[in-house]
Structures are given as structure tokens and as C-alpha cells.
Design a protein around this ligand. Structure first.
Ligand code: AKG
Ligand code: MN
Length: 245
């Protein structure tokens, strides 16, 4: 089931969304309303996309992946030291030294990257539709931010050029503590907007916003739902265009 748009108003749209939650075993859940705020053209904040139960299950899935045999590591970025997050890639591995996608974790332990689970791809598809776009993700980067976690201003531009030109979106899902997500223009210096990404929120940026600079200025410790049992924050970004074709 794709989410149904139930009403629209300037700058904010409302959808009903329950498919993913139901697929995770919640059974009959009441359709949820999700507030969709267009922060920039084609950059949409989906506020409250995931029910608390769906957040809990997804957080558990992230924990299992991250603590599994091919789990968390701290990437060292070309010339800029260690990142302030722990990372696991699914589907393809993003090599922090070469900024290229590959099948094995060559900048870490050389192991084959875990597959991208089908239920996670479906969540990304559903979020993209809610934001008025579409994606067929072939990679997900799962990040864990501790209380001092952050991510510098950057563009997501390592996917295949034709997918960037087509504006195929990045679909981001947040769990746990709220992040101060910063998004600006197409150069580092342009003015920026702070978007608080709370647990269960989505953020989809494609089309005219695909190459906007963005980052995470800070995590707000203790702001996530207690029932997740998560100190810090998970963020999943789904992308299309990692596969070399
Ligand atoms: O954590 C976030 O909200 C953004 C993550 C991000 O930009 C990335 O992984 O490229
Ligand atoms: Mn990014």
C-alpha cells in the first residue's frame, strides 16, 4: 500500500502511512498522519513518519546489524581524520578513503558488505512516495551518533552521475535523540537552515535539492523516546546509484 495523501496546504502536506509499521508485525494500526514540510524545493521533512512501535523495532534491527559480525567501525576520511560517528553500510560499502562504493570494506576489515534487507528498502520507497518522489535504493549507510556525535558539512555526491543529474533522492530516517540537522545551498558558505530531526522522522532530498550541503551540528542527549533503550541516535540514509553499471 502506498501512503495516501489526505489533504494539502501551502508548505505542508498530510499523508496517511501505516504499511511499513504493519509489515513489521504491528497488525492493524490506525493510519498515521505525517506532517510533510517542504524545507527547500524537493527537500521534505516527514515529521512523525514512524510509530513508536515501528521505531522500537527498527532500532532493534539497527542494533543487531551494528553489533553483528560485520558491524560498527569508525571511518577515517581522506585527509580529515576520524569521523564522529560509527558506521555500517548495507548493500554496498562506502569507502571513506576513496569516496567510492564497493562490495567489500577495503578501508576497514576487507569483509563483504552485508545485504540491504528488503524491509528496509521498502521503508525507503514508502518514505520517498510520501515526499512525492521515488527511489529504488541499492545502498543504506547506517550511522550511530553518540552524545558527542556530529557530521561536518558535505554533499552526497558519490553516487553515479546520472542518478545525481536525475535528482534521485536521498531518504534519511532518524531514531533516538534529536539531531540538529543543518542544510544549506550548493556552496559551503550559503545560508543554512536548522531542521530538528526527531525520532521517527524522515527527511527526503532529491530533485532541485539533491546536492545541497548538509551535516549534523549536534545531538541533543536524552531527547529520544525512553522505550527505544538507545543512548544517542541512529540515522539511515538510503541512496540509489551505488552499483556500477
Ligand atoms: O545523520 C544525518 O541526519 C545525516 C547523515 C548524512 O548526511 C550522511 O550519512 O551522509
Ligand atoms: Mn549526507
Amino acid at each position: 500500500m502506498t501512503p495516501a495523501r489526505v489533504s494539502s496546504a501551502a508548505g505542508s502536506l498530510w499523508f496517511a502511512s501505516s504499511w511499513w509499521a504493519a509489515s513489521k508485525g504491528e497488525g492493524r494500526v490506525a493510519p498515521m498522519t505525517v506532517r510533510c514540510v517542504e524545507v527547500y524545493p524537493d527537500a521534505v521533512h516527514l515529521q512523525g513518519f514512524l510509530s513508536l512501535e515501528a521505531q522500537r523495532r527498527l532500532a532493534e534491527q539497527c542494533h543487531v546489524i551494528g553489533t553483528g559480525p560485520v558491524g560498527w567501525y569508525v571511518p577515517t576520511v581522506r585527509g580529515r581524520g576520524k569521523m564522529r560517528v560509527e558506521m555500517v553500510c548495507l548493500g554496498y560499502h562506502w569507502n571513506a578513503r576513496t569516496y567510492r562504493y564497493q562490495a567489500t570494506r577495503d578501508d576497514h576489515d576487507g569483509r563483504p558488505v552485508p545485504a540491504l534487507p528488503a524491509d528496509l528498502s521498502e521503508l525507503a520507497r514508502e518514505m520517498a512516495v510520501a515526499a512525492g518522489t521515488a527511489v529504488e535504493p541499492d545502498v543504506c549507510i547506517l550511522n550511530y551518533y553518540g552524545p558527542a556525535g556530529k557530521m561536518g558539512l558535505h554533499q552526497d555526491k558519490d553516487e553515479r552521475p546520472e542518478t545525481l543529474e536525475a535528482g534521485l533522492p536521498i531518504v534519511s530516517v532518524s531514531l533516538g535523540d534529536t539531531a540538529k540537522f543543518i542544510i544549506g545551498g550548493f556552496t559551503r558558505a550559503e545560508p543554512k537552515t536548522m531542521v530538528p530531526l526527531a525520532s521517527g522522522d524522515g527527511f527526503v532530498f532529491g530533485g532541485r535539492s539533491r546536492l545541497r550541503y548538509h551535516g549534523v551540528a549536534a545531538i541533543l542527549p536524552g531527547t529520544g523516546p525512553a522505550t527505544l533503550g538507545l543512548e544517542g541516535r541512529y540515522n539511515l540514509t538510503f541512496r540509489q546509484g551505488a552499483a556500477s553499471q
